[in-house]
Design a protein around this ligand. Structure first.
Ligand code: TYM
Length: 332
């Protein structure tokens, strides 16, 4: 069986983008894979996080995973900082990856913006730690949204360079799983920007904790164009906002975009948005309620995370110990 690993940063409330681009696919994949799902708190502190908020966001994200359908008994659900293997392998990868490779990372350029001299060194080496998250478990399949494609290519470059440098076939090739019609959910305010939990405008995203009225209002206000919906996918070309909303509906219905347009083609956005909002409320409402229920019992959540960390460490520790031996660290 192939091993899957994926993670989300506890840097805010998870969004519809995290759900459709990642978590929803994890829930489907867990049926026939051994999976590790990680709340990546080490990654979150590459930008400033208030300590108390980070602690609660870590628990809240773990609760969301379970509320979305991740089974923490069958799969391993844990938070990254509880498993030191990530940092141990991350350091080795800092010494394997080349500066030139990191300089090409578009996400670093986007996040650092004009303030390049002022961002943390952690933000720069972030992709090396992400490679370590995956390779520490010899995971071979990584389900993510489209924005993580370049990071996974780098993770493969790092694994292959390690193998080459030490003359081994130790780290396997990773296959990105970028699935479904909503692998890149865009902002509701600007169809050229991705929906993000760290966008300053709350109107730009649907949070998994939003109530029905908030969802309806955000969808009603979502930017669109004046034309009716087309009958075929080609008619969405050059219409980023329309394409985004149709993609969201398709993902929620488990259909492709063409099937949605066969149904919705010819409608104006008023009617379409009403249907989309109702569908979102139907799908996300139970997730928000279940998240709240789980958060009322933090002791149980903490026990799940503790158990997950122990099971994750049991897999990663021998793999990372072997990587350290290959590098030449004296084991006494
Ligand atoms: P993060 O926390 O930004 O996002 C978590 C997951 O959600 C996906 N995603 C989206 N998918 C579609 N549309 C969107 N608007 C959208 N926004 C986010 C992301 O692609 C991702 O799958 N570097 C990662 C976290 C990470 C990781 C890992 C992932 C750390 N180590 C190891 C996989 C394996 C990140 O920042 O995700």
């Amino acid at each position: 069986m192939q091993r899957i690993l994926s993670g989300i940063q506890p840097s805010g409330v998870p969004t519809l983008g995290n759900y459709l681009g990642a978590i929803r696919n994890w829930v489907a994949l867990q049926r026939d894979h051994e999976c590790l799902f990680c709340v990546v708190d080490l990654h979150a502190i590459t930008v400033w996080q208030d300590p108390a908020t980070l602690r609660s966001a870590t628990r809240e994200l773990a609760a969301s995973f379970i509320a979305c359908g991740i089974d923490p008994k069958a799969q391993v659900l844990f938070h990254q900082s509880a498993v030191p293997a990530h940092v141990r392998l991350g350091w080795i990868f800092n010494c394997v990856a080349r500066l030139g490779w990191l300089n090409r990372m578009t996400q670093f350029k986007d996040k650092a913006g004009k303030d390049r001299e002022q961002v943390s060194a952690g933000l720069y080496v972030y992709p090396n730690l992400m490679a370590a998250d995956i390779h520490a478990y010899h995971a071979t399949r990584v389900p993510v949204g489209d924005d993580q494609r370049q990071h996974l290519e780098l993770a493969n470059d790092i694994g292959q360079k390690f193998n080459h440098d030490f003359g081994v076939e130790f780290f396997p090739v990773i296959e990105p799983l970028i699935l479904g019609p909503a692998a890149r959910v865009m902002s509701l305010r600007d169809g050229t920007r991705k929906m993000s939990k760290s966008d300053p405008s709350d109107q730009s995203r649907i949070n998994l904790t939003d109530d029905a009225d908030t969802i309806a209002l955000k969808i009603r206000r979502a930017r669109t164009d004046p034309d009716a919906l087309p009958h075929e996918p080609q008619g969405l070309e050059g219409r980023a906002e329309a394409r985004n909303l149709v993609g969201i509906m398709a993902a929620l219905l488990d259909q492709d975009v063409a099937a949605v347009l066969r149904e919705q083609g010819g409608k104006g956005f008023g009617a379409f948005k009403e249907e989309l909002a109702a569908l979102l409320v139907e799908k996300l409402g139970p997730i928000a309620a279940e998240t709240r229920r789980l958060l009322a019992d933090p002791g149980t959540l903490d026990a799940i995370l503790r158990d997950g960390a122990a099971r994750a460490a049991a897999i990663a520790d021998p793999i990372v110990a072997e990587a350290e031996r290959l590098v030449g660290f004296l084991k006494v």
